[in-house]
Design a protein around this ligand. Structure first.
Ligand code: HEM
Length: 421
């Protein structure tokens, strides 16, 4: 007999989770003084929530934890798309993941760095022209342009503002638990519009009507053949191409968090600007750790499992506590203090710094775009810290951890932008 797993009472705690947001899981872990508890969600289904480094290690053990079929259907329909890589398993996952990872060459990543730098620079005049710039909105548009360009889509769609807005609608749909999310329909419509645009690009590439450069996502996805030698269905191809561009736009959240950190924490701006000992990198890692983004990830026990003396029965729904793991004091000392220097001594474990998932990039579902995220954030933060000066007017800086999704309430307004000479 294993130990009895502590239980958060309630027939369906979904509403409670939506109300308490990122605080729900860490507060229960504290209350029960464990790394595991049970709760009922989504119409009464029992889920076992696990937290910490051992939890991440178990969650990313493909023999013990099943991921296929565990994402809420609504999230798949809006955020990832039907048949997306996130929903695959086994050989199909390995095969498709290799395609995503093949884009992460040194050359492509260096190009992304350059694009990010150039786009922000080219945008200075436009930012100066606006009296007040909302960093969240500005970065949404800029990242949409960067994402399309990096993916090999040279012509911007006619209404790039609309597309940026559609990306945002999809990104915010991750708060969908049960039927509590009002923007679900809007997010579905947004997805249909962007999918159609990308499918047209893929069909045009296959027909030789447009010629994206070899090595770009559009080229590689359009010409890719799966392990059975078959090209991907054009719609599915569009869905997974979008799984490169949409999450890149989602970096808008980290950008506004980062600009908030530059403003809020004394000395950060100057340290990022000087960038001694790769400080910008450490700053970005801390932004990804500190601020609330991905709250948790779902899975299922593939077999009967023992976790720290507790038995989890085969087929039980499992939830990995992402946000809580990033704020544990056994993994990050003084976790509620913003301190980039902690990454001076970090050992690079794949199971503690997990804002974009953990484990292995090629064999697990760990985010394919984590290196891209770090690069875009480094260049963007260096730009804000070093290349321009601005005033930060009074506004609502609240980052409310009791609400999904995490965001700076104001989105970060800045004004009177000047170029540093
Ligand atoms: C998977 C977060 C940026 C592409 C994931 C996962 C998370 C995540 C939590 C799932 C991990 C799991 O299920 O175990 C984020 C965050 C980002 C970001 C917070 C920054 C805002 C990107 C970018 C790309 C990308 C820039 C561009 C390539 C993907 C793909 C997957 C994924 C393709 C699916 C991987 C798989 O199923 O094997 N991401 N991501 N993400 N991400 Fe990201």
């Amino acid at each position: 007999m294993g130990k009895r797993i502590p239980k958060d009472r309630g027939i369906d705690n979904s509403l409670k989770i939506m109300k308490e947001g990122y605080e729900y899981v860490p507060s229960r872990m504290k209350k029960f003084n464990t790394n595991i508890f049970e709760t009922n969600v989504l119409g009464g289904k029992t889920a076992v929530v696990i937290s910490g480094k051992n939890a991440a290690e178990l969650f990313y053990d493909n023999d013990k934890t099943e991921r296929k079929g565990t994402l809420p259907k609504r999230v798949v329909k809006t955020l990832f798309g039907k048949g997306a890589i996130h929903t695959t398993a086994g050989k199909t996952h390995l095969d498709r993941k290799a395609l995503f990872m093949s884009l992460m060459t040194d050359e492509n990543l260096a190009y992304l760095r350059k694009l990010t730098r150039n786009y922000w620079f080219q945008n200075i005049e436009n930012m100066q022209y606006q009296r007040k710039v909302n960093v969240y909105n500005e970065s949404t548009l800029l990242l949409t342009k960067i994402g399309l360009r990096w993916a090999g889509i040279v012509e911007n769609p006619d209404n790039i503002n609309k597309m940026a807005d559609d990306m945002n609608k999809m990104i915010d749909s991750f708060s969908a638990i049960g039927s509590l999310y009002g923007g679900y329909r809007e997010a579905k419509k947004a997805r249909a519009r962007v999918e159609q645009f990308l499918e047209d690009q893929i069909v045009a590439t296959r027909k030789g009507k447009i010629h994206p450069e070899k090595g770009t996502a559009l080229y590689e996805f359009s010409h890719w053949k799966d392990m059975n030698g078959k090209p991907m269905d054009a719609r599915l191809c569009a869905i997974d191409l979008m799984n490169v561009i949409r999450p890149l736009v989602a970096i808008n959240k980290f950008v506004s968090f980062g600009v908030l950190a530059l403003h809020e924490f004394p000395g950060e701006r100057i340290r990022v600007a000087l960038n001694e000992d790769d400080y910008a990198y450490k700053f970005v890692q801390e932004v990804r750790r500190y601020y609330p983004f991905v709250p948790f990830l779902p899975g299922k026990a593939k077999e009967n499992i023992t976790f720290e003396g507790y038995k989890i029965k085969k087929d039980t729904m499992m939830v990995l506590d992402v946000y809580g793991t990033l704020h544990r004091d056994d993994l990050f000392s003084e976790p509620d203090r913003f301190n980039p220097y902690r990454f001076d001594v970090w050992d690079g474990s794949p199971f503690d710094l997990i804002p974009q998932g953990g484990g292995d990039y090629y064999t697990n579902h760990r985010c394919a775009g984590e290196w891209m995220t770090i690069i875009i954030m480094e260049e963007t933060m260096k730009f804000f810290a070093n290349e321009i000066s601005y005033n930060v007017p009074p506004q609502d800086f609240t980052v409310d951890t009791t609400k999904f999704p995490g965001k700076v309430a104001s989105g970060m307004d800045i004004e009177d932008i000047k170029v540093n000479i």
